[in-house]
Design a protein around this ligand. Structure first.
Ligand code: FAD
Length: 298
């Protein structure tokens, strides 16, 4: 299914983001998790593209498996890092040959050791240029782009960040998927600012349930998302109890998602870290019922 159709009318678009595992055991766990999550009929499952293009073919391979074996729509993430325009077109052609119709178009982070993003000679500088390239190469692609409720770390201010987000949408993006956040007010303000700037595409909140406190601290410090003090204190108090951390994290995510749904968001993009349990709990709290029987793995 093409990305825009997922949010058509009053449909609530559920999407799941995963990453390419590094081991066979990781593969097994991923497909088990997806087998459980597909019972909730996600609009699509997206697979990340490793920093520096390290998983370029693997991302496509996983997306193809998701579509062919699991009968789910896949979205392949794709970045400009380290590739010339011709290499980007070659990858897009490869993805298309493998049945991928939806792309999450990203600039990508600077490679390790570099402080700012430098396009390679003959490459692209920003995600809006990638959106333009995709639209001109395969016009019928569903295109998602990244949005930052708490501002992209390199942005001097929120206004220029929003201006560049609008450039991505004007270049042909179909939907915006946000960076993870733990304080809904940031998203709601961002959504209002997007509307005021004339963005009419779906702006989909990104939610990552906290299931391991230490890991979350690392992730939020990398992406700059505010971590509420009250939540941090509750988690800190149970640092040696993995189960309690999981419960607190899920409870917080449920609260976030219920509030966001009441605010009329078009869908939720879940960063599931290749696991299903937290997401299943959240979906059930939102009233999603699994439809397992129809979905046995081939
Ligand atoms: C939903 C989601 C999925 C992601 N998936 C991946 C992934 O799979 N792999 C991966 O490596 N990373 C991924 N990322 C991270 C992303 O690559 C980084 O956040 C990266 O630093 C910025 O990418 P972008 O597409 O937002 O870039 P851009 O939209 O190009 O923005 C990057 C910075 O440049 C500024 N900018 C944009 N356009 C211009 C312009 N024309 N002139 C001047 N400045 C400009 C922006 O304000 C911003 O500060 C993801 C992020 C999100 C939110």
């Amino acid at each position: 299914m093409l990305m825009p159709r997922i949010y058509e009318g009053s449909k609530f678009g559920l999407s799941i983001e995963i990453f390419p595992p590094k081991t066979e055991q990781g593969d097994e766990l991923l497909y088990k998790a997806l087998d459980r999550l597909r019972a909730y009929r996600p609009g699509f499952v997206s697979c990340t593209y490793g920093a520096g293009g390290t998983t370029s073919k693997r991302t496509v391979e996983i997306c193809r498996n998701i579509q062919e074996q699991m009968r789910l729509t896949a979205t392949a993430h794709f970045t400009c890092v380290g590739s010339t325009r011709q290499e980007l077109v070659d990858w897009l052609t490869y993805a298309r040959e493998n049945g991928i119709q939806n792309i999450m178009a990203l600039r990508g982070d600077p490679p390790q050791g570099q402080t700012s993003f430098q396009a390679v000679e003959g490459g692209l500088r920003n995600a809006n240029e990638l959106v333009t390239l995709i639209r001109s190469t395969f016009p019928d692609t569903g295109i998602g782009v990244a949005g930052y409720p708490e501002r992209h770390p390199e942005s001097p201010d929120a206004d220029s960040d929003l201006r560049y987000l609008k450039a991505k949408v004007d270049a042909g993006a179909d939907a915006v998927f946000t960076q993870l956040f733990y304080v809904n007010e940031h998203f709601l303000r961002f959504r209002d600012r997007c509307a005021a700037a004339g963005l009419t595409v779906p702006v989909v909140p990104g939610i990552m349930p906290i299931t391991e406190f230490a890991r979350m601290k690392r992730i939020t410090s990398l992406c700059g998302s505010e971590f509420p003090g009250s939540l941090a204190s509750r988690l800190e108090a149970v640092q040696t109890d993995a189960e309690a951390q999981f419960e607190i994290g899920v409870e917080h995510a449920i609260q976030q998602c219920q509030e966001l749904r009441a605010e009329g968001v078009p869908g939720i993009h879940f960063y599931v870290l290749n696991k299903s349990q937290a997401c299943e709990r959240i979906l059930e709290s939102l009233g999603f019922q699994p439809e397992a029987a129809e979905f046995q793995l081939a």
